[in-house]
Design a protein around this ligand. Structure first.
Ligand SMILES: Nc1nc2c(ncn2[C@@H]2O[C@H](COP(=O)(O)OP(=O)(O)OP(=O)(O)O)[C@@H](O)[C@H]2O)c(=O)[nH]1
Ligand SMILES: [Mg+2]
Length: 313
């Protein structure tokens, strides 16, 4: 199928075309890039919700409940669940499918799991592109679930309009969160599994951390929402908090998206420049020989880069 016909079917929201389109961008293939080119002018409509948190904190269960809540408001939803192909949680892809199966027959919902494939950070590399495709397909809301792996959680900020950080009671998560700098990136905190002992202590401890930061007049102060994803308790309140954030930041959303575009542009530029150098500038095996020379202290990395740059430009 040509990129043009695939993209027009994606724009129509055709489920099979969506699945195919996502696979193409996931493979980071040339066809995928062509597809993004065609779809890009039709994007920017969806609101992107990022949900991050430790493995097993209940993100998928929460997303499942959120889908239900968003659907009752008549909006359509696309979900990208990034599977941490790590020792923490094997088989999460299957798990996500099972957990979100309640929406399997709903044409207004599209769910896709993808692997991180060893890319550092909680996000698989082309997550943003997958979100773009769901956006182009007309989904009103796109939810991106990522596992939290410390400071790389910052990735989610670069991809979503709102970042929801999920913690669980009694896991020492609050301290962990502080360490990883999550306090700075969370727009909304969730204490999930609030049926468990210690939920209020977790809330208090996040509160205490938050109070250390000075919030200027009129500036957003991240709310803390207690949820029990398994029963759905607290989920309407979570969606309320997200919607309040959305209205509060409506004026600055463009700025945030611009920052995201800048990050992606720089990332792509760097990636393509390096690829160009490796394929077109250096001869076969030369990259390795340069590495050998650096290891042998015959040349320093700065000089090596200078020399490559001179040849590349
Ligand atoms: N008691 C309790 N268990 C919950 C709650 N929410 C989720 N769980 C359970 O926690 C386990 C993990 O839930 P998931 O939704 O798979 O968690 P996740 O964060 O998506 O996990 P990964 O994607 O593997 O990182 C499941 O057995 C859920 O049933 C809750 O509010 N209370
Ligand atoms: Mg999950």
């Amino acid at each position: 199928m040509s990129a043009a016909s695939l993209s027009s079917r994606v724009l129509d929201g055709d489920v099979r075309a969506l699945a195919r389109a996502i696979s193409l961008v996931e493979d980071e293939s040339a066809d995928g890039a062509e597809l993004v080119r065609q779809l890009f002018p039709h994007t920017g409509h969806a609101y992107l919700i990022g949900i991050t948190g430790a493995p097993g904190s209940g993100k998928s269960t929460l997303v499942d409940r959120l889908i239900g809540e968003i659907r009752t408001k008549g909006q359509t939803v696309g979900v990208v669940a990034v599977d941490p192909t790590s020792p923490f949680s094997g088989g999460a892809i299957l798990g996500d499918r099972v957990r979100m199966q309640a929406h399997a027959g709903d044409a207004g919902v599209f769910i896709r799991s993808m692997a991180t494939r060893g890319h550092l950070g909680g996000l698989a590399r082309p997550t943003g592109e997958v979100a773009l495709i769901l956006d182009a397909a007309g989904k009103d809301v796109v939810i991106i679930e990522t596992v939290g792996v410390g400071q790389d959680e910052i990735d989610i900020v670069r991809t979503a309009d709102v970042s929801v950080v999920t913690l669980v009671p009694g896991a020492g998560d609050e301290v962990q969160a502080l360490k990883a700098g999550i306090m700075e990136i969370a727009d909304v905190f969730v204490v999930n599994k609030s049926d468990r002992e210690g939920a209020d202590r977790s809330v208090a401890s996040i509160e205490a951390n938050l109070s250390l930061q000075t919030v200027a007049e009129g500036e957003w102060r991240p709310p803390i929402v207690k949820t029990e994803a398994t029963t759905g308790r607290g989920v309407p309140e979570l969606l309320d908090a997200i919607e309040r954030f959305r209205s509060h930041t409506a004026a600055s959303q463009g700025e945030r998206r611009r920052a995201r575009a800048e990050y992606r542009l720089r990332e792509l530029l760097a990636q393509h420049f390096v690829r160009h150098v490796e394929r077109k500038v250096l001869s076969d095996g030369e990259f390795d020989r340069i590495l050998d020379r650096i290891a042998a202290r015959e040349v320093d990395p700065y000089t090596a880069v200078d020399e490559i740059m001179k040849r590349a430009l």
